[in-house]
Write a protein that binds this ligand. Structure first.
Ligand code: ADP
Ligand code: MG
Length: 684
């Protein structure tokens, strides 16, 4: 059911006529191996060559297509016949144009005086009017339409030695030869508003109008999205048929006292999500669920209750966080929450590998065995535990038996592959993925199409407001005064810098260690802490602990504090060089404040050279709605910015564009479900 190429479309390009060894090698460099690859090679841009420029109107530096007659031509040799220039003079009645090619003397034989030619290129000089190495084409008698000129032409990405005209010609010929073999991939599905697949391929290469390019692209993008959705649904189906969920519903004996000692009651949204999680645990297949909740919505407590369900049921729970700082913070939080319940917590990071994790194999087993599905789960005695850690959890040395559930915090910082690796540490444990990055829906359906999604769409009510101010760099002294005033009120502050050690004078990027020395005196008597990625794990933990205990009032840091850090008394954040960051990242950073009852203040200090820079950042002044911010970010800076380069799970689309194609992604999902349902009925 996938896009299976007809055998002939599988033909290697080297066996096509006109493709020799050298050309085939060049095409391979562009990852073009078969006819199919070639047909779906996407032009990098298009050029409308139906409308000509008058030679007399062309300005220096201007690119255009002209049409005229060859007045004269000839090759000049120089440097004792080792170099040459071939020159062609074209006249269209408005002026003369000199076209020059160096060291291609054989060009002479392609033209004759009196020929009508199209010339496309960039005018280099006005006196005389000259274009070097233009694309040209001689109009042949009786030819009403050509491949390269007199139409909208595709312009392809190239590699050394491969001429644009040659690739375009190859596409033209290959398309004529193979177009009839491009079949509709989805039987029984029709798209009244979009071209057939074969036509879409033609429109991508040789469109009649720019509107056709978009129609063709949309059709091919839809096919890509359908294919992906089918594979996601297949993955889900495999899980459902091959694995049975471990019995992790629990009996409330730990959750009840936990909630009582918590000091606050759960929000409605938290309670609803917990109900959804528990329902998943009751069903047949292992849970695969994403919990999305904006910064500060209280995902950690939800994770805690979920872990308790597993522990109550006699299974171990594992929680993975993207940074040592966050893993350390979770470790402290869960110690505070769980140790009164008599539970054990282990920390597993790059620098802190508890022996307990490695020794767990030698722990005593109760011998009570629970049969479920095709697997046997052995209950661990005396008490199951919670393992918290970083990537270190997915390393080979880490083994824990009886993993009932796996929780991944801030999933957007991990790739899909890492998610799978951690899950494979157990036998199909339940998986809970948490993210604060508001994933735009198109992306969510793509990245997490195989997951169920819950949303914590409510912040705990006791929060103060967050006010955000955008300021130019010259306002720094005033901003510092403001911060000191807040310190005097008893609050704490973060100051965030883009670099660790060396400031970049050219770009004005500040470095946290440099500023630390500068600001120490200015903030006296308040105490400053310095936090960045080059400190050892112990140093980082020490600083965070001191900040949490209010022994440090101002934390100067790089963006390593971006995710998860939770210190409610810190209510001021100054972000320097704010123009450096994507909006979603700034929103994450800002999420470190506004976590307590006091009002919070986020000051974005930025170099606002252009109105666009100001407009972009001012989105943060106007809204704290993470979804709106993420959508804007996706549109303005693209996927990489939104997710960070850690994200390796985003499939590459040739025609699809997640920033603009949400309607197509949603449509693909519905279609894929229809196709799957048909398939299933066919099987039964
Ligand atoms: P995030 O969703 O960003 O991970 P956290 O789980 O760190 O948020 O929660 C932010 C803060 O809110 C923490 O200090 C947490 O203890 C607190 N919190 C969570 N849920 C509630 C609630 N229902 N009422 C009051 N405070 C809460
Ligand atoms: Mg969190």
């Amino acid at each position: 059911m996938s896009v299976a190429p007809h055998l002939a479309l599988d033909t290697g390009l080297e066996s096509l006529r006109g493709i020799g060894r050298e050309r085939a090698a060049q095409l391979r460099r562009l990852k073009l191996f078969t006819v199919n690859d070639l047909l779906f090679y996407r032009p990098r841009r298009y050029e409308d060559r139906r409308h000509f420029h008058a030679i007399g109107d062309l300005q220096a530096g201007q690119t255009g297509t002209v049409r005229g007659k060859v007045l004269a031509l000839g090759v000049k040799w120089y440097r004792s016949h080792s170099k040459s220039v071939f020159e062609l003079i074209v006249d269209d009645g408005t002026a003369r144009l000199h076209c020059r090619w160096w060291n291609l003397p054989f060009m002479e034989k392609y033209f004759q005086q009196g020929d009508e030619v199209f010339v496309y290129g960039k005018l280099k000089t006005l006196k005389p009017r000259t274009i070097d190495h233009p694309e040209t084409e001689v109009v042949e008698a009786g030819e009403d339409r050509s491949i390269h000129i007199n139409r909208i032409v595709p312009v392809y990405p190239l590699t050394d030695g491969l001429p644009q005209r040659w690739v375009r010609g190859l596409l033209w010929r290959t398309l004529s030869q193979f177009e009839s073999q491009i079949v509709e991939p989805w039987t029984g599905i029709h798209f009244p508003d979009l071209p057939a697949r074969a036509k879409a391929v033609r429109q991508i290469h040789f469109p009649e109008s720019m509107a056709e390019v978009e129609k063709g692209r949309a059709r091919l993008a839809l096919d890509e999205f359908i294919e992906l959705q089918l594979s996601l649904q297949q993955r889900r189906k495999n899980l459902e048929t091959h694995a049975r969920g471990l019995p992790c519903r629990g009996d409330n004996r730990l959750i009840k006292p936990f909630l009582l000692q918590l000091g606050f009651s759960l929000t409605d949204a938290q309670t609803r999500v917990l109900r959804e999680l528990r329902q998943d645990l009751a069903e047949g297949a292992p849970m695969r669920r994403l919990v999305q909740g904006d910064v500060g919505s209280g995902k950690t407590v939800v994770a805690a209750c979920f872990a308790l369900m597993a522990i109550e049921s006699g299974f171990n729970a594992v929680l993975m966080a993207p940074t040592e700082i966050l893993a350390g913070q979770h470790f402290q939080t869960f110690q505070r929450w769980f140790e009164p319940l008599g539970l054990k917590i282990h920390l597993q990071t790059g620098s802190n590998k508890t022996g307990a994790a490695r020794n767990s194999k030698s722990k005593v087993h109760s011998g009570a065995e629970v049969k479920q599905g095709q697997f046997e789960a052995t209950r661990l005695a005396p008490v199951p535990a919670l393992y918290i850690g970083t990537h270190a959890l997915i390393e080979a040395g880490f083994e824990v038996e009886n993993i009932g559930i796996v929780i991944i915090d801030e999933q957007h910082k991990f790739g899909v592959a890492q998610r799978e690796q951690l899950v494979r540490k157990g036998r199909y444990p339940h998986l809970l993925i948490m993210t604060a990055t508001p994933i735009p829906r198109s992306l969510g359906l793509t990245l997490y199409g195989d997951l169920d999604i819950s949303v914590i769409d409510q912040l705990p009510g006791t929060r103060g407001k967050i006010k955000t101010f955008l300021r130019t760099t010259d306002k720094l002294p005033k901003v510092l005064e403001f911060i000191i005033q807040k310190l005097a009120d008893g609050r704490q502050a973060y100051v965030v810098y883009p670099r660790v050690e060396e400031a970049d004078l050219r770009t004005g990027l500040k470095a946290v260690t440099v500023e630390f020395e500068q600001l120490r005196k200015q903030f006296s008597p308040y105490r400053l802490g310095l936090l960045h990625g080059r400190l050892t794990a112990e140093e980082k933990q020490r600083i965070m602990t001191a900040f949490r205990a209010n022994e440090i009032q101002v934390l100067l840091a790089t963006t390593i504090i971006e995710v998860g850090v939770d210190v409610p008394n810190a209510t001021v954040m100054l972000i320097e060089n704010a123009e450096q960051y994507g909006l979603a990242q700034l929103h994450q950073l800002r999420g470190r404040i506004g976590r307590g009852a006091h009002d919070s203040y986020c000051i974005l200090l930025a170099d606002l050279k252009t109105p666009q820079a100001r407009e972009r950042l001012s989105v943060l002044e106007q809204t704290t709605d993470g979804f709106r911010i993420a959508e804007t970010d996706l549109k303005m800076r693209g996927l990489g910015e939104l997710l960070g380069f850690e994200q390796s799970g985003v499939p590459g689309f040739r025609f699809g564009d997640l920033a603009g194609d949400l309607p197509l992604v949603e449509r693909a999902r519905t279609i894929a479900m229809k196709i799957k349902a048909w398939q299933q009925r066919g099987i039964q």
